[in-house]
Design a binder for this molecule. Structure first.
Ligand code: ZN
Length: 166
């Protein structure tokens, strides 16, 4: 039985091994997992670190809809097309945040740094000051949030709330 994500990926063809996934997950989970894009850098980045496996598990064990799990995973993998990402792909677009208009629209800006995102998190029941998140990446911030709230007595509810807040 595979114990690491890399064991679910064909290293040559760089594609998910759908038959193996189907043996490990229920139909809905397998369908979503097989639809997730693999890292542009290949399977090496996805597979080998414990941190990445922990990140993957933290998302997959959330008691939220598969669609939301897939969304969080895609954002962590850098597969979300924010304006800065589109500009880096040579698409002629103004990369300024469409909400506040003050900074470039990156994933980090959209979810944690934009003044509107910060106000949302701070006004939430978590009263989270996102300026205290130390990581410069979305997946790093997600991991911090998992550590901050994952041991909470109501961790399932808190983590669901965070995922829906995104
Ligand atoms: Zn903004």
């Amino acid at each position: 039985m595979p114990s690491m994500v890399k064991e679910l990926i064909d290293p040559v063809a760089k594609r998910w091994l759908k038959e193996d996934i189907a043996c490990l997950f229920d139909h809905a989970e397998a369908k979503i997992l097989a639809s997730l894009p693999l890292s542009r850098k290949g399977t090496r980045e996805l597979s080998n670190t414990e941190a990445h496996t922990a990140l993957w598990k933290s998302i997959w064990h959330l008691n939220v809809s598969p669609k939301l799990q897939s969304f969080v995973w895609r954002v962590c993998e850098g597969a979300m097309f924010d304006r800065q990402n589109l500009q880096q792909k040579h698409i002629n677009i103004d990369d300024t945040c469409g909400v506040c208009g003050s900074e470039g629209e990156s994933v980090m800006h959209l979810f944690f740094k934009c003044e509107f995102a910060r106000a949302f998190w701070f006004a939430s029941s978590l009263q989270l000051d996102t300026r205290k998140l130390r990581s410069a990446t979305f997946d790093g911030c997600w991991t911090e949030l998992m550590h901050l709230y994952g041991q909470d007595e109501h961790a399932d509810l808190v983590l669901q709330w965070i995922a829906y807040g995104l």
